[in-house]
Design a protein around this ligand. Structure first.
Ligand code: SF4
Length: 220
């Protein structure tokens, strides 16, 4: 699908009810950040907090992502953040690849055609499999460059939700791996778009920013 503007795309997305996932979600979630950014982050799907606020990665996973991005001098208002799947699956289960493909072919593909990022970071297995190939594995293929179906270079790293489940040495190792993956992505992005600043002086408070949307969704 193509749209006249990114705002029009979002307006249509937020009313989508094309698949059964919509039945158990408050509503589709869209994106946050900057649609003009050369850097896009693609996660898996919304959790409870994201479903409430209508935007991706603003709950505990999003807060951990913010910290990781701070370590590589990136703030969320300067990147485009979205998900493969826009509606929260029942019981917060991990979405299947088929569900991911159905939604992403409708919406993520349109978003990427509109934003045209120069670099994509795939967060977690569902994003890696959609953007790279169904046989790819996050443990084996993270940290390596690949070219997406959009002909945009991408790198995958662990989803912050995975890090939240780890402890001890495993957690320390995974955090360093994420740091190096993000560092590579930022370096390539700055090489391809040297004039774009990926960090603002004041990191945004996304929960505050989307407070009104949350209230509107609650009222429905
Ligand atoms: S998951 Fe995607 S395709 Fe399904 S209803 Fe939600 S936005 Fe539409």
């Amino acid at each position: 699908m193509t749209f006249d503007s990114h705002a029009k795309l979002e307006q249509n997305l937020l009313t989508c009810a094309l698949c059964p996932l919509r039945q158990h979600a408050i509503g589709p979630t869209s994106y946050n950040g900057c649609p003009e950014s050369p850097l896009a982050i693609v996660g898996e799907g919304p959790g409870g907090v994201e479903d409430e606020y209508g935007v991706p990665l603003v709950g505990p996973s999003g807060q951990l992502l913010d910290k990781a991005l701070t370590s590589v001098k990136v703030t969320r208002d300067r990147v485009y953040t979205t998900n493969v799947i826009k509606c929260r699956p029942k019981g917060n289960r991990t979405p299947t690849i088929e569900e991911g493909c159905f939604c992403a072919e409708k919406w993520l593909d349109a978003e990427m055609a509109s934003v045209k990022p120069k670099v994509i970071i795939a967060l977690g297995s569902v994003a890696l499999k959609y953007l790279y190939g169904p046989d790819k594995r996050i443990t084996k293929d993270r940290g390596q460059w690949f070219t997406t179906k959009y002909q945009i270079p991408a790198i995958a790293t662990y989803h912050p939700a995975y890090l939240l489940r780890l402890t001890g040495k495993e957690l320390i190792r995974a955090k360093w791996e994420v740091f190096y993956d993000l560092q590579k992505a930022v370096a390539k992005c700055l090489e391809l778009a040297p004039d774009f600043s990926l960090q603002s002086a004041e990191p945004p408070n996304l929960l505050e920013q989307y407070k009104t949307r949350r209230e509107t969704r609650r009222a429905k």
